[in-house]
Ligand binder design. Structure first.
Ligand code: GLA
Length: 408
């Protein structure tokens, strides 16, 4: 966007130098390409990670009810997002109808809104979604308008069959051309959403291809997946975390790297793994889209997802994503600058075999800090002092997450 803006300025300047300044004023530069511009990472719930193809109208209403009754809404979770498998057939005029699982989308959106929540939906630039349901290819404007008419607040747009339908077909031997086709498809839907005039958060899902973080904000992307799919196991979650190191400069208010939706409470993740997963998404300024079975959520899972101190790290107004500051053996130390000159530090035991005879020693100097630091341990809720060379023992896959309000 900035490049486009400077090009436009350069063109205008050249035009006036060439004596064309008497021509009618050029149209104003396009407003910053943000569709809804949530200034903090979006928070909510998405149906895919737990329910996948079993999502239906009843389940979405139940999720909305649960967000309210569990206190998650009060903690900031507002989007209720329907993922894949809601689509039925297109009629003769190209209008896509929901399938039998969703008898009345407008009524469902009204219901979700009546709870003070927002509603999201899912499509693909291809003819088919990843689950094989109807995508938006050739119907982008029509679909965007229909979402707006239903009252949709959020769209996840998932590459899926666009790869075979268009990229492979039109440019089988030219990777750069395939990437340009992909970018154009995301641009097309970005424009279609914008043309509806309704603020709709635009979530790009194309697994991080072609350095999406470099081009997504300019075409209205509010968040973009940086990797392939998450699964509820430590190795996958840790691999995703590792792939975020180096992307921090691309995130900022209104446009976020998306390491995928949360698996907190899913699969066989231990409590330590759930805590670390949630802590790291907060350190990464990641969208917090819970993906668990809300009606059957265990109290310990709820207390992780609603930890206000950790959520405050994620939602910090400065909007700076954290970085991996250093690692030492199996322990990684991540830091995140926060508003008011505060700082968050996450010390993570990423390996499988931590043992107490060889504690990790924290180096404050490597964090740019000098002398004892008073902070709050965000998982015990208690004050903590970090000192240089302090031995710290953290169980395998667990985390020590500390907020330091006045780092020295
Ligand atoms: C892809 C996405 C997932 C989910 C499924 C649905 O795999 O990455 O998040 O939306 O499609 O089919």
């Amino acid at each position: 966007m900035r490049i486009l803006a400077s090009l436009a300025v350069a063109v205008l300047t050249l035009a006036s130098l060439a004596g064309h300044s008497q021509e009618p004023a050029a149209p104003p530069l396009a407003p910053k390409a943000q569709l809804a511009a949530p200034q903090v990472p979006p928070m909510g719930w998405n149906s895919w990670n737990y329910f996948a193809g079993r999502v239906d109208d009843k389940g979405i209403r139940a999720a909305a009810d649960q967000l309210v009754s569990t206190g998650m809404k009060d903690a900031g979770y507002v989007y209720v997002n329907i993922d894949d498998t809601w689509q039925g057939e297109r009629d003769a005029s190209g209008v896509l109808h929901a399938n039998a699982k969703f008898p009345d989308m407008k009524a469902l959106a009204d219901y979700v809104h009546s709870k003070g929540l927002k509603i999201g939906i899912y499509s693909s630039p291809g003819s088919k979604t990843c689950g094989g349901y109807a995508g938006s290819l050739g119907h982008e404007e029509q679909d965007a308008q229909m979402y707006a008419d239903w009252g949709i607040d959020y769209l996840k747009y998932d590459l899926c069959s666009f790869r075979e339908d268009v990229m492979a077909k039109e440019a089988p031997n030219d990777k750069a051309a395939r990437m340009r086709l992909m970018i154009a498809a995301y641009d097309k839907m970005g424009k279609a959403l914008k043309a509806t005039g309704r603020p709709i958060v635009y979530s790009l899902c194309q697994y991080g291809w072609d350095a999406v973080w470099e081009w997504a904000p300019a075409l209205g992307g509010n968040l973009w997946r940086t990797t392939g799919d998450i699964t509820p196991n430590w190795d996958r979650i840790y691999s995703i975390v590792s792939q975020q190191a180096g992307l921090e400069s691309y995130a900022g208010p209104g446009h976020w790297n998306d390491p995928d939706m949360l698996e907190v409470g899913n699969g066989k993740l231990t409590l330590a793994e759930n805590r670390t997963h949630f802590s790291m998404w907060a350190m990464l300024a990641a969208p917090l889209l819970a993906g668990n079975d809300l009606p059957n959520m265990k109290p310990e899972v709820k207390s992780i997802l609603t930890n206000r101190d950790v959520i405050a790290i994620d939602q910090d107004a400065l909007g700076k994503q954290g970085s991996r500051t250093y690692s030492d053996g199996e322990v990684e130390v991540w830091t995140r600058p926060l508003s008011g000159e505060a700082m968050a530090v996450a010390i993570v035991a990423v390996g499988d075999s931590r043992y107490a005879t060889h504690p990790f020693h924290l180096s404050l100097a490597k964090l740019g800090l000098h002398g004892p630091q008073s902070g709050k341990d965000l998982w015990t809720g208690k004050p903590i002092t970090l000192t240089d060379n302090q031995p710290i023992e953290i169980e395998s896959h667990d985390v020590l997450l500390v907020r330091i309000d006045a780092p020295k």
